[in-house]
Design a protein around this ligand. Structure first.
Ligand SMILES: Cc1cc2nc3c(=O)[nH]c(=O)nc-3n(C[C@H](O)[C@H](O)[C@H](O)COP(=O)(O)OP(=O)(O)OC[C@H]3O[C@@H](n4cnc5c(N)ncnc54)[C@H](O)[C@@H]3O)c2cc1C
Length: 435
């Protein structure tokens, strides 16, 4: 048992947790943040039961969107990126630009996005199919309903390195006296005798106990497992495979694609299982020293729901996508970039979690005000993670509300253990959304 009693124990040292711990520390709280470090080799990491969605080199980042809540989390975070880089000394943001491909059949929606961007001083170029062909000659874009057009955001958009952002947040947190404890939580209980939470931490066979007055769980897709939530409580969260294919790019192609922005292709009928949205990340160097383009599938029919901790663990450890996912992503990528000859091809499997509200859950999960969560990135939580962490810290500390939307939009939806068991058998495929 560690002797110190912390004001707050943050469970999960990922994107939301590291941001929240930083803000809690800056507010003067005595904080411990607990989470495993990234496994060196995911394929042999069989004791790990708590993988992170940030184990990668790039997450698309932009301010343009059609949702005001996500628009606010993303813009507020982006506006602070350069300060975070400066304060931590760790660069993580790359202003490579973002391109969103829209169908002309939803031009009314596109107009309203552009109007919102104009009001918020977010510069966007609206590109016709001809402009797209001349500015990005290496792409062969699909012809969306009634023709395609592009929304090109050059400034303060592109991608961030999520590993580096987490490292930057943890660096600042530690400078503000936050204690980082490596390990996986395997149980959380409140002791009625002293009102303190007791967290059981396991790290390579070593077991510790941490005591804290309040808990903030930021455990992403794994929140309903490992006895993290208060007893009898589960959250309405659905978990999905996020299959990726990575094409290694030759030196010549890196040169040819040096202006390539991050790309999202939006399905105009953005709904359910037939969704055809997808995204493409420009050439980026990976820790193996090679440079890859990465393609992901949005919520396409090939995306599968995962129903148990063991399903999630197996999917992560394998780091292999299934043959239909491979075929689909391979064909999509070669159709979009027909002149690229991959030097090699890699597969990557990640996980995203979705909430029925489409927003993160931030706040209490039951009537106990000493237990909060900040979870539910919905597949695009990286870019807004700094603001999400700030909201979570403000809520937990009872600070005044400083967000343009009502706090109810983030209200966690708890379900009983039985509802969770039933929900595990029901399929739920939400829209991809351009958030
Ligand atoms: C392939 C892919 C592409 C994506 N693309 C984008 C994008 O382009 N733009 C974007 O904005 N977002 C994107 N996202 C989403 C983004 O990465 C997530 O929304 C974000 O990482 C969520 O942060 P989080 O803190 O909730 O979860 P995570 O970053 O997963 O962090 C959760 C942490 O909790 C820890 N944890 C879990 N269980 C325990 C436990 N029992 N004890 C201790 N620690 C525990 C984990 O180890 C992990 O570190 C993408 C996600 C994936 C998978």
């Amino acid at each position: 048992v560690l002797s110190e009693i912390y004001d707050v124990a943050v469970i999960g040292a990922g994107m939301f947790g590291s941001a929240a711990a930083k803000y809690l520390g800056k507010n003067g709280a005595r904080v411990v943040i607990v989470g495993p470090s990234e496994p060196q080799d995911k394929k042999t990491a069989d004791i790990q039961r708590a993988f992170g969605a940030y184990y990668d080199q790039a997450r698309i980042t932009r301010r343009l969107g059609w949702d005001e809540v996500w628009g606010a989390t993303d813009s507020r975070s982006l506006n602070r990126f350069s300060d975070i880089e400066e304060e931590s000394g760790i660069p993580f943001f790359f202003e490579q630009g973002s391109l969103v491909l829209m169908a002309k059949s939803i031009a009314r929606r596109t107009n309203s996005i552009l109007e919102q961007c104009r009001q918020k001083n977010i510069p966007i170029e609206r590109l016709s199919a001809q402009d797209l062909a001349s500015q990005f000659p290496y792409f062969s874009f699909p012809d969306l309903a009634e023709g395609s057009e592009g929304l090109y955001e050059k400034q303060m958009a592109g991608y961030l390195n999520p590993r580096k952002l987490v490292q930057a947040q943890l660096t600042i947190a530690q400078r503000n006296h936050v204690v980082l404890c490596r390990g996986t939580i395997t149980g959380v209980q409140k002791d009625a005798s002293d009102g303190l939470w007791r967290l059981h931490v396991m790290n390579h066979g070593d077991i510790k106990q941490i005591r804290a007055r309040r808990v903030l769980a930021t455990t992403g897709a794994f929140t309903n497992y490992n006895n993290i939530l208060p007893s009898g409580c589960k959250l309405d969260i659905s978990v999905f495979t996020e299959p990726n294919l990575m094409f290694e790019v030759s030196k010549e192609d890196i040169q040819r694609l040096h202006t390539m922005p991050a790309v999202v292709i939006v399905d105009p009928n953005d709904a359910g299982n037939e969704n055809t949205s997808s995204y493409l990340v420009p050439p980026i160097e990976y820790p193996d020293g090679r440079t890859y383009i990465r393609i992901g599938s949005g919520m396409q029919p090939i995306v599968e729901q995962l129903f148990s901790l063991e399903d999630m663990r197996q999917w992560y450890i394998r780091q292999e996508i299934n043959p239909p996912q491979y075929k689909f992503l391979y064909e999509l990528l070669t159709a979009l970039l027909p002149y690229i000859q991959p030097v090699s091809i890699r597969q990557a499997s990640c996980i995203i979690e979705k909430t029925p509200s489409h927003y993160p859950y931030i706040g209490q999960v039951n009537d106990d005000s000493s237990y909060h969560v900040a979870v539910g990135g919905n597949g695009h939580g990286a870019r807004g993670s700094d603001e999400i962490g700030k909201i979570a810290a403000d809520m937990l500390l009872g600070n005044s509300w400083d967000f343009p939307k009502d706090r109810d939009v983030f209200a966690p939806r708890a379900i009983s253990e039985e509802e969770h068991r039933n929900a595990e058998r029901q399929k739920f495929k939400p829209p991809f959304g351009l958030c």
